[in-house]
Design a protein around this ligand. Sequence first.
Ligand code: NAG
Ligand code: NAG
Length: 282
Amino acid sequence: MSSTMFILGVTFILIIGWSNLSDSLKVDPPVDVVILDPGHLGNLHIHWKPPASLLNLIECSQQFQLEYLNTYRDTWIKIRTSQTSFKAQFDLEKEIRVRIYTLLTGVCANGSEVVMSTLYTELVQQPAHLGPAGTRVQNFECVFYRREYIECTWLKGHDETVASQRRLFFWHRALGHAKECQHYIYSNTIRRGCNFTHQALPEFTNINFCVNGSSTDGPLRPAFHSLQMQNQIKPAQTTVVRVQAGPDRVLKLHWECPQGRVPRHCLEWEVEHKQDTRTGIH
Ligand SMILES: *[C@@H]1O[C@H](CO)[C@@H](O)[C@H](O)[C@H]1NC(C)=O
Ligand SMILES: *[C@@H]1O[C@H](CO)[C@@H](O)[C@H](O)[C@H]1NC(C)=O
Protein backbone atom coordinates (compact mmCIF):
# COMPACT_ATOMS: atom_id res chain seq x y z
CA MET A 1 0.00 0.00 0.00
CA SER A 2 1.40 3.38 -0.92
CA SER A 3 2.39 5.77 1.83
CA THR A 4 0.41 8.55 0.17
CA MET A 5 -2.89 6.96 1.16
CA PHE A 6 -5.05 8.76 3.64
CA ILE A 7 -8.34 8.01 5.29
CA LEU A 8 -11.26 9.77 3.63
CA GLY A 9 -13.22 12.29 5.68
CA VAL A 10 -15.00 11.35 8.88
CA THR A 11 -16.07 7.74 9.07
CA PHE A 12 -18.45 6.08 11.42
CA ILE A 13 -18.74 2.39 11.89
CA LEU A 14 -22.03 0.90 12.97
CA ILE A 15 -22.80 -2.67 13.77
CA ILE A 16 -26.41 -3.25 12.84
CA GLY A 17 -28.67 -5.60 10.97
CA TRP A 18 -29.43 -9.31 11.14
CA SER A 19 -28.98 -11.94 8.52
CA ASN A 20 -31.56 -14.67 8.05
CA LEU A 21 -29.13 -17.57 8.22
CA SER A 22 -29.19 -20.01 11.12
CA ASP A 23 -26.97 -19.03 13.98
CA SER A 24 -26.22 -22.21 15.86
CA LEU A 25 -22.57 -21.16 15.79
CA LYS A 26 -21.73 -17.65 16.89
CA VAL A 27 -19.59 -15.90 14.29
CA ASP A 28 -18.56 -12.32 14.91
CA PRO A 29 -18.40 -9.78 12.09
CA PRO A 30 -15.05 -8.33 10.98
CA VAL A 31 -13.52 -5.34 12.78
CA ASP A 32 -11.52 -2.20 11.92
CA VAL A 33 -13.09 -1.56 8.52
CA VAL A 34 -11.41 1.37 6.79
CA ILE A 35 -11.65 2.86 3.31
CA LEU A 36 -8.44 4.31 1.95
CA ASP A 37 -8.32 6.75 -0.93
CA PRO A 38 -5.08 6.40 -2.90
CA GLY A 39 -6.07 9.42 -5.06
CA HIS A 40 -7.45 7.34 -7.95
CA LEU A 41 -10.58 9.51 -8.24
CA GLY A 42 -13.05 6.86 -7.04
CA ASN A 43 -11.12 3.58 -7.00
CA LEU A 44 -11.00 2.99 -3.25
CA HIS A 45 -9.27 0.35 -1.16
CA ILE A 46 -11.35 -1.30 1.58
CA HIS A 47 -9.49 -3.06 4.42
CA TRP A 48 -10.74 -4.99 7.46
CA LYS A 49 -9.57 -7.45 10.11
CA PRO A 50 -11.05 -10.80 11.18
CA PRO A 51 -12.82 -10.71 14.55
CA ALA A 52 -10.55 -11.48 17.54
CA SER A 53 -12.82 -14.38 18.61
CA LEU A 54 -11.91 -16.30 15.44
CA LEU A 55 -8.17 -15.72 15.36
CA ASN A 56 -7.32 -19.09 16.93
CA LEU A 57 -9.70 -21.34 14.99
CA ILE A 58 -7.40 -23.69 13.11
CA GLU A 59 -9.75 -26.25 11.54
CA CYS A 60 -11.91 -23.63 9.92
CA SER A 61 -11.33 -21.45 6.93
CA GLN A 62 -12.55 -17.92 7.14
CA GLN A 63 -13.98 -15.92 4.35
CA PHE A 64 -15.70 -12.58 4.13
CA GLN A 65 -18.75 -11.37 2.31
CA LEU A 66 -18.41 -7.76 1.26
CA GLU A 67 -21.45 -5.84 0.06
CA TYR A 68 -21.28 -2.32 -1.31
CA LEU A 69 -23.71 0.03 -2.93
CA ASN A 70 -22.86 0.63 -6.57
CA THR A 71 -24.25 4.15 -6.89
CA TYR A 72 -23.79 4.22 -10.67
CA ARG A 73 -26.44 1.50 -11.01
CA ASP A 74 -28.08 1.85 -7.58
CA THR A 75 -27.62 -1.84 -6.80
CA TRP A 76 -25.81 -3.69 -4.04
CA ILE A 77 -22.81 -5.73 -5.21
CA LYS A 78 -21.86 -8.85 -3.20
CA ILE A 79 -18.46 -10.48 -3.35
CA ARG A 80 -16.88 -13.28 -1.30
CA THR A 81 -13.17 -13.30 -0.62
CA SER A 82 -10.65 -14.92 1.70
CA GLN A 83 -8.53 -11.74 1.56
CA THR A 84 -8.91 -8.86 4.01
CA SER A 85 -8.94 -6.11 1.41
CA PHE A 86 -10.77 -5.25 -1.78
CA LYS A 87 -10.65 -2.47 -4.38
CA ALA A 88 -13.91 -1.11 -5.74
CA GLN A 89 -15.06 1.82 -7.83
CA PHE A 90 -17.23 4.47 -6.13
CA ASP A 91 -18.75 7.75 -7.21
CA LEU A 92 -17.06 10.22 -4.85
CA GLU A 93 -20.02 12.61 -5.19
CA LYS A 94 -22.32 10.08 -3.46
CA GLU A 95 -22.52 8.42 -0.06
CA ILE A 96 -20.35 5.31 0.27
CA ARG A 97 -21.85 2.23 1.97
CA VAL A 98 -19.96 -0.97 2.71
CA ARG A 99 -21.07 -3.99 4.79
CA ILE A 100 -18.86 -6.94 5.66
CA TYR A 101 -19.82 -10.33 7.14
CA THR A 102 -17.54 -13.14 8.34
CA LEU A 103 -18.11 -16.61 6.84
CA LEU A 104 -16.84 -19.86 8.30
CA THR A 105 -16.45 -23.14 6.46
CA GLY A 106 -14.89 -26.41 7.56
CA VAL A 107 -15.22 -28.46 10.74
CA CYS A 108 -16.46 -25.63 12.95
CA ALA A 109 -19.31 -24.95 10.57
CA ASN A 110 -20.54 -28.35 11.82
CA GLY A 111 -21.37 -29.94 8.50
CA SER A 112 -23.38 -27.10 7.10
CA GLU A 113 -21.70 -25.53 4.11
CA VAL A 114 -21.05 -22.01 5.31
CA VAL A 115 -21.88 -20.19 8.53
CA MET A 116 -22.28 -16.48 8.16
CA SER A 117 -22.04 -13.96 10.99
CA THR A 118 -25.49 -12.76 12.01
CA LEU A 119 -24.14 -9.23 12.27
CA TYR A 120 -22.27 -7.22 9.70
CA THR A 121 -19.94 -4.32 10.17
CA GLU A 122 -21.06 -1.33 8.18
CA LEU A 123 -19.15 1.73 7.15
CA VAL A 124 -20.97 4.77 5.81
CA GLN A 125 -19.00 7.70 4.49
CA GLN A 126 -20.42 11.01 3.29
CA PRO A 127 -18.94 12.81 0.27
CA ALA A 128 -16.60 15.72 1.03
CA HIS A 129 -19.00 18.31 -0.54
CA LEU A 130 -16.48 21.06 -1.16
CA GLY A 131 -18.02 24.27 -2.49
CA PRO A 132 -21.70 24.99 -3.35
CA ALA A 133 -23.48 22.50 -5.65
CA GLY A 134 -24.07 25.20 -8.32
CA THR A 135 -20.33 25.57 -8.89
CA ARG A 136 -20.03 21.99 -10.22
CA VAL A 137 -19.40 21.82 -13.99
CA GLN A 138 -22.35 20.68 -16.13
CA ASN A 139 -22.72 18.32 -19.13
CA PHE A 140 -19.35 16.62 -18.85
CA GLU A 141 -18.89 14.34 -21.86
CA CYS A 142 -16.11 12.63 -23.77
CA VAL A 143 -16.35 11.93 -27.51
CA PHE A 144 -13.89 9.53 -29.16
CA TYR A 145 -13.85 10.96 -32.72
CA ARG A 146 -13.17 8.36 -35.43
CA ARG A 147 -11.51 6.34 -32.63
CA GLU A 148 -8.49 8.57 -33.27
CA TYR A 149 -8.64 11.29 -30.63
CA ILE A 150 -10.81 12.16 -27.63
CA GLU A 151 -12.34 15.43 -26.57
CA CYS A 152 -13.77 15.76 -23.08
CA THR A 153 -15.79 18.93 -22.60
CA TRP A 154 -17.93 20.61 -19.95
CA LEU A 155 -20.03 23.71 -19.38
CA LYS A 156 -19.65 26.05 -16.44
CA GLY A 157 -21.62 25.53 -13.26
CA HIS A 158 -25.01 27.34 -13.29
CA ASP A 159 -24.17 29.39 -10.19
CA GLU A 160 -20.71 30.36 -11.28
CA THR A 161 -20.46 34.12 -11.00
CA VAL A 162 -16.82 34.82 -11.72
CA ALA A 163 -14.82 33.14 -14.44
CA SER A 164 -12.88 30.41 -12.69
CA GLN A 165 -10.10 28.21 -13.94
CA ARG A 166 -10.77 24.47 -14.02
CA ARG A 167 -8.42 21.53 -13.95
CA LEU A 168 -9.14 18.07 -15.28
CA PHE A 169 -7.50 15.01 -13.71
CA PHE A 170 -7.80 11.44 -14.90
CA TRP A 171 -6.77 7.99 -13.73
CA HIS A 172 -6.95 4.44 -15.09
CA ARG A 173 -5.50 1.13 -13.91
CA ALA A 174 -2.19 1.49 -15.77
CA LEU A 175 -1.37 4.80 -14.05
CA GLY A 176 0.31 4.95 -10.65
CA HIS A 177 -1.37 8.24 -9.79
CA ALA A 178 -3.90 10.68 -11.27
CA LYS A 179 -2.56 12.87 -14.08
CA GLU A 180 -3.62 16.31 -15.20
CA CYS A 181 -4.81 17.16 -18.72
CA GLN A 182 -1.92 18.18 -21.00
CA HIS A 183 -3.90 19.92 -23.77
CA TYR A 184 -6.80 22.01 -22.52
CA ILE A 185 -9.46 23.32 -24.91
CA TYR A 186 -10.15 27.03 -24.38
CA SER A 187 -13.13 29.23 -25.06
CA ASN A 188 -12.37 32.92 -24.41
CA THR A 189 -9.35 32.02 -22.26
CA ILE A 190 -11.53 29.79 -20.02
CA ARG A 191 -10.90 26.04 -19.98
CA ARG A 192 -13.88 24.17 -21.42
CA GLY A 193 -12.35 20.79 -22.18
CA CYS A 194 -9.35 18.60 -22.76
CA ASN A 195 -7.86 16.84 -25.83
CA PHE A 196 -6.43 13.33 -25.59
CA THR A 197 -4.73 11.09 -28.13
CA HIS A 198 -6.18 7.58 -28.45
CA GLN A 199 -3.08 6.16 -26.71
CA ALA A 200 -3.63 8.37 -23.63
CA LEU A 201 -6.94 6.75 -22.64
CA PRO A 202 -7.15 2.95 -23.10
CA GLU A 203 -10.41 1.20 -24.05
CA PHE A 204 -12.25 -1.50 -22.06
CA THR A 205 -11.19 -0.14 -18.68
CA ASN A 206 -12.77 2.49 -16.43
CA ILE A 207 -11.28 5.93 -16.82
CA ASN A 208 -11.97 8.12 -13.79
CA PHE A 209 -12.21 11.86 -14.38
CA CYS A 210 -12.37 14.76 -11.96
CA VAL A 211 -12.99 18.36 -12.97
CA ASN A 212 -12.20 20.65 -10.08
CA GLY A 213 -10.77 24.11 -9.53
CA SER A 214 -10.99 27.18 -7.38
CA SER A 215 -12.14 30.74 -7.82
CA THR A 216 -11.73 34.02 -5.97
CA ASP A 217 -15.18 33.25 -4.43
CA GLY A 218 -13.85 30.09 -2.80
CA PRO A 219 -13.73 26.37 -3.59
CA LEU A 220 -15.66 24.89 -6.50
CA ARG A 221 -17.60 21.61 -6.22
CA PRO A 222 -15.58 18.88 -8.01
CA ALA A 223 -17.35 16.65 -10.58
CA PHE A 224 -16.47 12.95 -10.87
CA HIS A 225 -17.17 10.69 -13.85
CA SER A 226 -16.15 7.16 -14.79
CA LEU A 227 -16.34 6.17 -18.46
CA GLN A 228 -15.09 3.48 -20.85
CA MET A 229 -13.73 4.93 -24.07
CA GLN A 230 -15.03 2.24 -26.49
CA ASN A 231 -18.54 3.44 -25.55
CA GLN A 232 -17.84 7.04 -26.60
CA ILE A 233 -16.87 6.48 -30.26
CA LYS A 234 -18.30 8.70 -32.98
CA PRO A 235 -17.39 7.57 -36.52
CA ALA A 236 -16.68 10.06 -39.29
CA GLN A 237 -19.32 10.85 -41.90
CA THR A 238 -19.96 8.16 -44.49
CA THR A 239 -19.72 9.31 -48.10
CA VAL A 240 -21.82 7.90 -50.91
CA VAL A 241 -19.44 7.14 -53.76
CA ARG A 242 -21.72 5.89 -56.49
CA VAL A 243 -25.41 6.02 -57.40
CA GLN A 244 -26.45 3.51 -60.05
CA ALA A 245 -29.78 3.48 -61.78
CA GLY A 246 -30.70 -0.16 -62.29
CA PRO A 247 -33.57 -1.72 -64.26
CA ASP A 248 -37.12 -1.36 -62.91
CA ARG A 249 -36.41 2.22 -61.78
CA VAL A 250 -34.35 0.98 -58.81
CA LEU A 251 -31.42 3.01 -57.56
CA LYS A 252 -28.34 1.34 -56.15
CA LEU A 253 -26.25 3.26 -53.63
CA HIS A 254 -22.65 2.44 -52.82
CA TRP A 255 -20.81 3.99 -49.93
CA GLU A 256 -17.45 3.75 -48.29
CA CYS A 257 -16.44 2.97 -44.74
CA PRO A 258 -15.80 6.25 -42.98
CA GLN A 259 -12.23 7.38 -42.40
CA GLY A 260 -10.68 6.59 -39.05
CA ARG A 261 -9.83 3.64 -36.82
CA VAL A 262 -13.34 2.25 -36.29
CA PRO A 263 -13.26 -1.47 -37.26
CA ARG A 264 -15.57 -2.37 -40.16
CA HIS A 265 -17.44 -5.02 -38.12
CA CYS A 266 -18.50 -2.41 -35.56
CA LEU A 267 -20.42 -0.33 -38.09
CA GLU A 268 -24.02 -0.46 -39.17
CA TRP A 269 -25.76 1.87 -41.57
CA GLU A 270 -29.19 3.35 -41.78
CA VAL A 271 -30.44 4.55 -45.17
CA GLU A 272 -33.19 7.13 -45.31
CA HIS A 273 -35.01 7.62 -48.57
CA LYS A 274 -37.91 9.55 -49.94
CA GLN A 275 -39.82 8.91 -53.12
CA ASP A 276 -39.92 11.68 -55.66
CA THR A 277 -43.51 11.55 -56.96
CA ARG A 278 -42.59 13.12 -60.29
CA THR A 279 -40.13 10.41 -61.34
CA GLY A 280 -41.41 7.51 -59.25
CA ILE A 281 -37.83 6.49 -58.46
CA HIS A 282 -37.33 4.72 -55.11
C1 NAG B 1 -23.27 -29.64 15.67
O1 NAG B 1 -24.23 -30.63 15.31
C2 NAG B 1 -24.60 -31.48 16.39
C3 NAG B 1 -25.49 -32.57 15.84
O2 NAG B 1 -26.24 -32.17 14.72
C4 NAG B 1 -25.26 -30.66 17.49
O3 NAG B 1 -25.62 -31.49 18.57
C5 NAG B 1 -24.31 -29.57 17.94
O4 NAG B 1 -24.94 -28.73 18.87
C6 NAG B 1 -23.84 -28.74 16.77
N1 NAG B 1 -22.83 -27.78 17.17
C7 NAG B 1 -22.83 -26.52 16.78
C8 NAG B 1 -21.68 -25.70 17.27
O5 NAG B 1 -23.68 -26.03 16.04
C1 NAG C 1 -8.10 18.68 -7.90
O1 NAG C 1 -7.88 17.27 -7.94
C2 NAG C 1 -6.51 16.88 -7.89
C3 NAG C 1 -6.43 15.39 -8.09
O2 NAG C 1 -7.21 14.69 -7.17
C4 NAG C 1 -5.90 17.35 -6.59
O3 NAG C 1 -4.53 17.01 -6.55
C5 NAG C 1 -6.08 18.86 -6.45
O4 NAG C 1 -5.62 19.28 -5.18
C6 NAG C 1 -7.55 19.25 -6.60
N1 NAG C 1 -7.65 20.71 -6.63
C7 NAG C 1 -8.61 21.37 -5.97
C8 NAG C 1 -8.59 22.84 -6.07
O5 NAG C 1 -9.44 20.80 -5.30
